[in-house]
Design a protein around this ligand. Sequence first.
Ligand SMILES: *[C@@H]1O[C@H](CO)[C@@H](O)[C@H](O)[C@H]1NC(C)=O
Ligand SMILES: *[C@@H]1O[C@H](CO)[C@@H](O)[C@H](O)[C@H]1NC(C)=O
Length: 236
Amino acid sequence: MNKLLIASLTVLLIASFANAQKGILGFTPLYQGYTQEQYTCMRNSENNFKYQNLVEKQIWGYDRYHKEGYKYALNVGLSTNSIYIPCINLDKEQFPYFTQENQALTFLKYFRQNYDVLKGDFVWIVIEQNQTKNCQWHTDTTINCGILDEIATQVRRTTVGANNFGFLSSKNDWNALFGNKCNRYNTFPLHYKNYDNKPNFSDWNEQKFGGWAKPTMKTYAKGKFECYVDSDLTVY
Ligand SMILES: *[C@@H]1O[C@H](CO)[C@@H](O)[C@H](O)[C@H]1NC(C)=O
Ligand SMILES: *[C@@H]1O[C@H](CO)[C@@H](O)[C@H](O)[C@H]1NC(C)=O
């Protein structure tokens, strides 16, 4: 997923399907949002989408299509989640501006200006290995856990983030970055990735990590197309 995220603005649409809620994590080209027609198509599809999830990668700054997509989605009754991908930036001399604090505060400032948590908005913080160059996590799990604490502190400080954020990761990513040293976030919602093509949580016992007792959302498939949107599929 990471490579696609690096090259794109992401949209996640969650849908009702039988008892489970199903959704889509779609990827738009950078600097090019979806049209209103595409949101309408998603709304009208048999998947009955409910939520839209747009990605934010702070080292690029804020993408204006984020806001546009949010409006298009609202027009057809879809509410929005946001995804925040922190740049870890271990090279503080070369990129002095990108401290965790600056990144999180800048992101949350725009988030507050453009979103409405009362309409279902929510921030997922992406925890993945193999970020873009200059944005990689450390190889030391203790240092990484300290960085995560810093990110969470910044998000918590803002009113919007206090009760409206969770983590998006996978067993593989989380264990590689933190081992079992950072299990203190398990009271926050978790969105995990496991591309097993099963729209349910039957894999959770074998996928669990980070001390979470149960997940909130799962990305279970990738490389799908919905309304001409390159998508991953989610369930919650
Ligand atoms: C990320 O990088 C590690 C170390 O190079 C590698 O083992 C792993 O397969 C990579 N993961 C992905 C999802 O590319
Ligand atoms: C999960 O989904 C798979 C694939 O659709 C299905 O075979 C399996 O029975 C489901 N498990 C549960 C517990 O619903």
